[in-house]
Design a protein around this ligand. Structure first.
Ligand code: GLU
Length: 353
């Protein structure tokens, strides 16, 4: 039997001190990852921190906007990888650097090439150290790690961060806020509960983690959100100890495909496309959602935004990227035959309702 694969993702905030990559934090993580390898598992480390490290090397310079981010990432990626390479080497392991974007996972040739390179590394006990290829486009490592956990059929996606997990209410304003220790399958309800509790500066981070949990669990991979600084967090998660939040997949899992999973969960939904009941059949069968099935738009969204699809009064039955914005939708309702959501860009939530 193939050794089990574990995708471990760590965020910038858990790796830096005073805006600069902290070698002690990187070494502690390298030690935990090495422990997993030595216990017979095959970890893949997805690590952020290139932009923060690059900015500190550039003395806060590097410029504004996307170009500034790309330059900072290109400057910081070398030292970031080196910190983990050295930490793993001290423990007798070889690291291999992989840089790619979600778009590579949507392209058959790139995806197959990447999968066979990763398989080859893992089969030989080499530890893949992954980051987005930020010089191409800065996106989101939570989502990239989730897609990777699906590609590699990982046993666990561990999202290590600086909060303990998902809460049922905001822990900063509610002293009785309770950590959600475990859930079976991600649901719109859990998303609403955990998302609304994540307010403040952590919001962006937690919202993209919820997207990552959707991706992993819909595709059959267990996902965990836990505090990176909990002692022995990875081995405790794997040993079934209650640390952080663990979301298990449902018993029945569909093959949604990496591209629809990415399109549907790369950002939170900006609104809802409300449809006639017949849209349910289209989604069940994985067909396009055409304009005649749509009755109205709720919320303000643009073409290309992520939206939910719902039938009046029901929870969302799908999520994906709309080809029409809310403003043009009303106008387009008269233009027969247009596709509003294409199957390559939405995911059915029928099992998650
Ligand atoms: N890839 C970026 C970096 O290395 C971070 C993106 C993210 O935090 O998700 O800095």
């Amino acid at each position: 039997m193939q050794p089990e694969r574990i995708v471990v993702k760590i965020g910038t905030s858990s790796l830096v001190t005073d805006g600069r990559l902290d070698p002690h934090k990187a070494d502690a993580l390298a030690a935990s990852v090495a422990d997993l390898t030595h216990s017979g598992l095959r970890p893949v480390l997805v690590t952020s921190g290139a932009i923060a490290q690059g900015r500190s090397v550039l003395g806060g310079g590097g410029g504004a906007g996307e170009e500034g981010l790309r330059l900072a990432a290109a400057v910081g990626q070398g030292p970031l990888f080196e910190a983990f390479r050295a930490g793993l080497a001290r423990r007798g392991l070889t690291a291999a650097q992989f840089l790619f974007t979600p778009l590579d996972l949507c392209d058959d040739l790139h995806r197959d090439g990447l999968r066979s390179a990763l398989d080859h590394a893992l089969d030989r006990g080499v530890v893949p150290v992954v980051n987005e290829n930020d010089a191409v486009q800065v996106r989101n490592n939570d989502i990239l790690a989730a897609l990777l956990s699906v590609l590699l059929r990982a046993r666990l996606l561990a999202l290590l961060t600086d909060v303990r997990g998902l809460y049922g209410s905001d822990p900063r304003t509610d002293p009785d806020a309770r950590l959600i220790p475990e859930a079976k399958g991600m649901t719109v309800e859990l998303e609403r509960l955990a998302g609304s509790s994540a307010g403040g500066p952590g919001t962006g981070g937690m919202i993209s983690k919820l997207g990552a949990v959707w991706i992993a669990t819909l595709a059959g991979v267990t996902a965990a959100i836990a505090d990176a600084h909990e002692p022995r967090v990875l081995s405790r998660l794997l040993g079934g100890e209650p640390v952080g939040t663990l979301v298990h997949p449902r018993d029945t899992v569909r093959d949604h495909g990496l591209e629809p999973l990415w399109r549907a969960f790369s950002a939170p939904p900006r609104g809802t496309v409300v449809c006639r009941p017949a849209a349910r059949h289209a989604i069940e069968a994985g067909r396009p959602v055409p304009l005649p099935l749509v009755t109205r738009a709720e919320g303000a969204f643009a073409a290309g935004d992520v939206v939910d699809v719902a039938v009046d009064g029901t929870p969302p039955i799908a999520r994906g990227r709309t080809r029409l914005g809310s403003l043009s939708l009303a106008e387009a309702l008269s233009a027969d035959g247009a596709t509003v959501l294409h199957p390559s860009e939405y995911v059915s939530l029928l099992e998650a309702c």
